[in-house]
Structures are given as structure tokens and as C-alpha cells.
Design a protein around this ligand. Structure first.
Ligand code: IMP
Length: 423
């Protein structure tokens, strides 16, 4: 038995879905502890592409139990759409292989509208996914949220509270020219969703502890990445949950001493969607990836901003998450580079920073300082053995290990399941 957390070391989209998919083979239970359908995990299995937003990618494996934990914010209608999409692709989904925490908070239609409303009024946009994530977590912290047990356990009381909240929100929406919500239509849709989701609703804390007691292995699939963490990220250009490893514990009810291993996932370069500082951003690199059809967001289709690997970020991520090992994805993305600059530290007002600054204004002003490593100019996508990687690619990986203190255990060289090299 071994319980593992997988965490993104950057701004999300590190390719965690694929690493999780790989580690799922050795797991019995796959847990999603935080975030919502702002996340998009792309998994390619037997040549078929699946895009998952709320459901752990373990759903693609027979015999695995998938858990949506108490720390997730869940849009009931979107979740049903995802379930139906998977069923349509021939993937079995039922309460046999998917359970949802009765304590998970629900994303309501007014949360989505509020997300759009707030974003429109911000002078500095965050570039949210407009899935209602921030307002839902806001209501959770404000202790006025709606949880799954409210919807399935007492639909009458749920309906009363829902109508009251819509009545509160609508004048605000109308005051800025947005359409008011049709409370009754939205409610009918939610209540129908609640009926369909009721069999999935469970005390997942109890289920997880029972699984641990039975010696089963848990795999925690962190959504987003370290720099979108509400505490450790580039605040305020972050999401609204704890995306770092501690969030896997609070978001599931599994205590820290039950965790055996934390795997960090970083791309061999850096990407970011949405707004906020990005010291190593490089538009030439972005142009190259976009021309190849790479680096478009799985949830919103937006072009991702791209840049060189930033070890200031990965170093701090290794610290705050306690990475026992690193998975480096899309190494093949750098196959045709002559030279590869890697940021080892920032300079700010004559100071040398090895760790990210707290202030987003300082982050934006920081100048990345690069060490330039030679490119390997060899296609790596067909390589299956770590030792068979070109020596210059191995040197690149060793450089990352040395700078971050985290040993590299996996290397991605393509999107397919068998294109991850295990060391
Ligand atoms: P929100 O989570 O929709 O509130 O968006 C806040 C910020 O997090 C925005 O910059 C989003 O682009 C970013 N974000 C949220 N989820 C993801 C993700 O799964 N991958 C990458 N960026 C994300």
C-alpha cells in the first residue's frame, strides 16, 4: 500500500493527467481533492482522446474507484454532462466506480454569472475560466455555500435557499446589463441533476479511511498547479483553492501521515493561461508551439502563454509541496532547439532571488537570469529507456535535479500512454 499525491509545479497544464493515468495502474482509488471544472485533463488512451474536468482520469481504468473529495467545487449539471460524455465514449461510469463527497460544495448558476460579473468589473483581469470557481469557494469560506448533501438530502430547503440567493443576485446582474437568472428553470435543472447524482453522493472520508484500512493504495490527482494556489501562488492571479500538496489532505479528509509520496509534475518549459506575471515568457517559443497545434487550453481553448523553464518556480514548488520526485513532461517539445535557456534565479533591484517574491508587482518586475544549455537536436518521442535519451537531454534533466533538489523519476516524450519514460 502506498498513497501518492501528484501536484503541478507550475501554473497548471503540466501534463498531470498523463502522469496520473500512468500511476493509476498501481492505485486502487483515485481522488480529486480540490478545484472544479476549471481544470481540464487530457488523456489519450488506445488512441482515443478524453478530456476530463471533474472526474479523476482513473475512470478510464477498469476496477478503480474514483472519488470527488470534499474540497472540490462541483457544478452538478456540468458533472452530468461529463458523465454522459464518457458513457457516450463507451466508458462505464456508475456509483460502482465514482463517488462524490456529500460535503463537496456546488457551483450554482449565480456563481458562474458572478464570476463573469466580477471579472468584467476588475481593472486588472485575472482571466478566470468563468466556471464560477472563485464565487463558489468565496461562499464556502463565507459559510453560505450549497453542498451536495443539501441538494440530494433536502431538495425543498435547497430550493428555498436557492430562490432567495437568485433574488439577491439578479438586481446586481441587471444593474450592469446582464440577463437575470430564471430561478425556476435553473432550479428544475438542478433538482433533476440532484436526483441523478444522489446515488453517487457518499461520505467519501469514511470510504477513503476504510480503503486505507484495507491496505488499498490511494492516488491524489491535484488540479491546477502550485502557482495557482491561493496561498503559495502568484496572488491575486491564482485560483481559489489550495492546489499544493496540503490541499490533498484537507480536500479529502486523509491526514498527512498517511501520505507516502509526493510527485511533482513540470513541463520541460513553462506555460500559463490567463493573466498574471510570467518572467520567462517567450513569444517565439509560444509561436512555435501554437503553429504545431500545441499549447491550447483544454477547458477554454485559449492559447497558452509559453516560456523557458523557470527553476525559481520549480525549486519553491519542490519545497512547499515536499516533492519526493519530479516528472518532467513534453521533453520532446524542446527537441529542435539549438540552445535552451533555463532560468536559475531572478534579479530584482540589484538583489538575486532564488525563490519567488511575495508581491505580484515584484514578480512582474523581476528579470530572469538564464543559464543556456545546449539543445540535443534529436527526436526523443520514440525513446523508451532513460539511458537512451541523448546525453544533452540527460544533462538538461540533471541540471533540473541539481537546481531543485528533486530527483527526476519520469520523463514524458509524447502524448500517448507509452510515451512516458520511467527511470
Ligand atoms: P479560475 O480558477 O477559473 O478562477 O481562474 C483563475 C486562474 O487560474 C486563471 O488564470 C485561470 O486561467 C487559471 N486556471 C484555473 N484552472 C486552471 C487549469 O486547470 N489549468 C491552467 N490554468 C487554470
Amino acid at each position: 500500500m502506498s498513497n501518492t499525491i501528484v501536484i503541478g509545479a507550475q501554473w497548471g497544464d503540466e501534463g498531470k493527467g498523463k502522469i496520473v493515468d500512468l500511476l493509476t495502474e498501481g492505485a486502487d482509488v483515485v481522488v480529486r481533492p480540490q478545484g472544479g471544472n476549471n481544470a481540464g485533463h487530457t488523456v489519450i488512451s488506445d488512441g482515443v482522446q478524453y478530456i476530463l474536468h471533474l472526474i479523476p482520469s482513473g475512470i478510464l481504468w477498469p476496477g478503480k474507484l474514483c472519488v470527488i473529495g470534499n474540497g472540490v467545487v462541483m457544478d452538478p449539471v456540468a458533472l452530468l454532462g461529463e458523465i454522459d460524455g464518457l458513457l457516450g465514449q463507451g466508458v462505464p461510469v456508475s456509483p460502482e466506480n465514482l463517488v462524490i463527497s456529500d460535503r463537496a460544495h456546488l457551483v450554482m448558476p449565480f456563481h458562474r454569472e458572478m464570476d463573469a460579473y466580477k471579472e468584467a468589473r476588475r481593472s486588472s483581469k485575472i482571466g478566470t475560466t468563468k466556471r464560477g470557481i472563485g464565487p463558489t469557494y468565496g461562499d464556502k469560506i463565507d459559510r453560505v455555500g450549497f453542498r451536495l448533501h443539501d441538494l440530494v438530502g433536502d431538495p425543498g430547503a435547497f430550493a428555498d435557499r436557492f430562490r432567495a440567493r437568485v433574488a439577491e443576485c439578479n438586481p446586481l446582474f441587471e444593474s450592469v446589463g446582464m440577463d437575470p437568472l430564471d430561478a425556476e428553470a435553473a432550479l428544475a435543472e438542478l433538482l433533476a441533476a440532484g436526483e441523478r447524482l444522489a446515488p453517487y453522493c457518499a461520505d467519501t472520508v469514511e470510504i477513503l479511511h476504510r480503503s486505507i484500512g484495507e491496505g488499498r493504495s490511494l492516488l491524489f490527482e491535484g488540479a491546477q498547479g502550485t502557482y495557482l494556489d491561493i496561498d503559495q501562488g502568484t496572488y491575486p492571479y491564482v485560483t481559489s483553492s489550495n492546489t499544493t500538496s496540503g490541499g490533498a489532505c484537507t480536500g479529502s479528509g486523509v491526514p498527512p501521515q498517511r501520505i507516502d509520496r509526493v510527485v511533482g509534475v513540470t513541463k520541460a518549459y513553462t506555460t500559463r493561461v490567463g493573466e498574471g506575471p510570467f518572467p520567462t515568457q517567450n513569444d517565439d517559443l509560444a509561436g512555435r508551439f501554437h503553429k504545431m497545434g500545441r499549447e491550447f487550453g483544454a477547458t477554454t481553448g485559449r492559447k497558452r502563454r509559453c516560456g523557458w523553464l523557470d527553476l525559481v518556480l520549480v525549486r519553491y514548488a519542490a519545497m512547499v509541496n515536499g516533492f519526493d520526485e519530479l516528472a518532467i513532461t513534453i521533453l520532446d517539445g524542446l527537441d529542435d532547439c539549438d540552445e535552451i535557456p533555463v532560468c536559475t534565479h531572478y534579479e530584482l533591484d540589484g538583489r538575486r532571488l532564488r525563490l519567488p517574491p511575495a508581491s505580484v508587482a515584484d514578480f512582474a518586475r523581476a528579470t530572469p537570469v538564464y543559464e543556456t544549455l545546449p539543445g540535443w537536436r534529436t527526436e526523443t518521442s520514440g525513446i523508451t529507456g532513460y539511458g537512451d535519451l541523448p546525453p544533452k537531454a540527460l544533462a538538461y534533466l540533471e541540471f533540473v535535479e541539481k537546481e531543485t533538489g528533486a530527483p527526476v523519476s519520469m520523463v514524458g516524450v509524447g502524448p500517448a500512454r507509452d510515451q512516458t519514460i520511467l527511470r
